[in-house]
Design a protein around this ligand. Structure first.
Ligand code: DQA
Length: 143
């Protein structure tokens, strides 16, 4: 069975109520349900997690790398600050697709830089909850 880790960083547990004009109305649970529905028929198992702690994300990226499982990663604000997550991706040789709900380049300047992009396989942003679905399709193209 193929496995993909879907890892979510700080404040993404608030999706649905958090700034819906920016992030949309879908909750994280909705996103998880949708991804499982898409992945199941392809025989892809999803490990779906969220944490507000940087260290949890580092540990889970290492776990995915050791398991040889790709990662769909929305690191939230840690995207713009975390050398530790950058190092975890490099160190664990994790295959990461960076995702964001919003188009961070169309927002405040402090969101324009990502520590994850240089070590990511690809980046998908700005498509709301669909960013996650597009990331899944990029890793497991359906025939
Ligand atoms: C985000 C963008 C980040 O800048 C922000 O800190 C988030 C969410 C997104 O999905 O658009 O928490 O990663």
């Amino acid at each position: 069975m193929k496995t993909v880790f879907v890892l979510n960083g700080p404040n993404l547990n608030l999706l649905g109520v958090r700034e819906p004009a920016t992030y949309g109305s879908a909750t994280l649970a909705h996103i998880e349900t949708r991804l499982r529905a898409l992945a199941g028929p392809q025989g892809v198992e999803i490990v779906f997690r969220q944490s507000n702690s940087e260290g949890d994300l580092v540990t889970w990226i290492q776990e995915a790398g050791q398991a040889g499982a790709p990662v769909i990663l929305n690191a939230g604000a840690y995207t713009h600050t975390s050398i530790a997550i950058h190092d975890a991706i490099r160190g664990a040789k994790a295959e990461v697709v960076e995702v964001h709900l919003s188009n961070t380049h169309a927002r405040e300047e402090f969101r324009h830089h990502s520590y994850i992009s240089p070590v990511a396989k690809g980046v998908i942003l700005g498509f709301g909850a669909r960013s996650y679905e597009l990331a899944l399709q990029s890793l497991f193209p359906s025939q």
